[in-house]
Write a protein that binds this ligand. Structure first.
Ligand code: PDD
Length: 283
């Protein structure tokens, strides 16, 4: 079955979907996006994702292309037309199409594009062995809380990981603290078993999976510290894991080639993974 994309009001075969060369997303990365997960044929946590999209749009002063209800309707239609059981819907909004000029053009409409994707089977052994990650300097701009389509620093970080046979790269700020992964949120459990993840702020994207897992952590009454943690603390951690819409909760067993804890997926990460998946099926 060929994939169907949505481009500015029309559902079109994805292979023939097109945007204008003067789209400001193409010229300036002047746009935002989000990826809403689909579990069992249903969008999960869609209100939280739409809140984040609204916030990204507001921060960049890009007009909402339509009401939330209308956008949700299109998202559901994309799930249906692409026959997605498990996967995600990608939504991108750019400021619109205009002759190249940095300042905001007057009187243009935002461009709206949606694509839907089935989730790929994870690499064999990833869950059994856990993920290996590397660390790289965080080279992004100062407003990482906005889900902007400008992802070049994230792209370079993920590529560096791939070239070293690793699954993800954790980015390190100028103070030696972990900000987050190139497309995932970062967590550790200390030797005392306390969970640590960085609080929301301009330094990181407010991950929705992270927010759902934080709710679970609080429900389960697990010890939690919302604070930045250093790369050295991650090396010495009992467990490490990442969270994202497409990876859920994924144990990390190597950081910069050093084993984390016993070098096996840890019990806290595996428990949180189960709890997240249960919430996603109902959420
Ligand atoms: N990535 N941090 C960054 C920099 C991200 O790009 C993402 C998501 C996350 C995790 O957020 P969430 O739990 O809401 O998926 C953290 C998306 C999925 C992507 O770029 O494909």
């Amino acid at each position: 079955m060929s994939r169907i994309a949505y481009v500015n009001g029309r559902y079109v075969p994805q292979s023939r979907a097109q945007v204008a060369v003067e789209d400001r997303g193409y010229l300036f990365s002047d746009g935002v996006y989000d990826v809403i997960p689909v579990h069992g044929g249903r969008l999960a946590f869609d209100e939280r994702y739409l809140d984040r999209l609204d916030r990204s749009l507001a921060e960049l002063k890009i007009a909402r292309p339509m009401s939330r209800a209308a956008l949700l309707q299109i998202m559901r239609e994309m799930v249906r037309r692409n026959d997605i059981r498990n996967g995600g819907v990608y939504v991108q909004v750019t400021r619109g199409v205009a002759p190249r000029d940095h300042k905001f053009p007057k009187g243009i409409k935002p461009s709206l594009v949606l694509m839907a994707k089935k989730s790929k089977a994870p690499p064999p052994d990833l869950l059994v062995k856990g993920a290996a990650i590397i660390t790289v300097p965080d080279q992004r701009w100062a407003r990482r809380d906005i889900k902007c389509i400008s992802l070049i620093a994230n792209v370079l970080a993920k590529q560096a990981a791939a070239e070293q046979g690793a699954y993800e790269a954790w980015m390190i700020d100028d103070d030696g603290m972990v900000t987050e992964g190139s497309s995932t949120s970062a967590w550790i459990a200390t030797a005392q078993g306390e969970l640590v993840t960085r609080p929301n702020g301009v330094e990181i994207l407010p991950g929705i999976t992270r927010a759902v897992v934080l709710d679970v952590v609080r429900e389960l009454g697990l010890a939690l510290q919302l604070r930045p943690f250093a790369r050295d603390e991650a090396y010495a951690a009992r467990e490490a894991f990442l969270t994202s819409s497409s990876n859920f909760v994924l144990p990390i067993t190597r950081i910069d080639r050093r084993p984390v804890g016993e070098g096996k997926p840890g019990p806290i990460a595996l428990r949180l993974r189960e709890a997240y998946l249960k919430a996603a099926r109902h959420g």
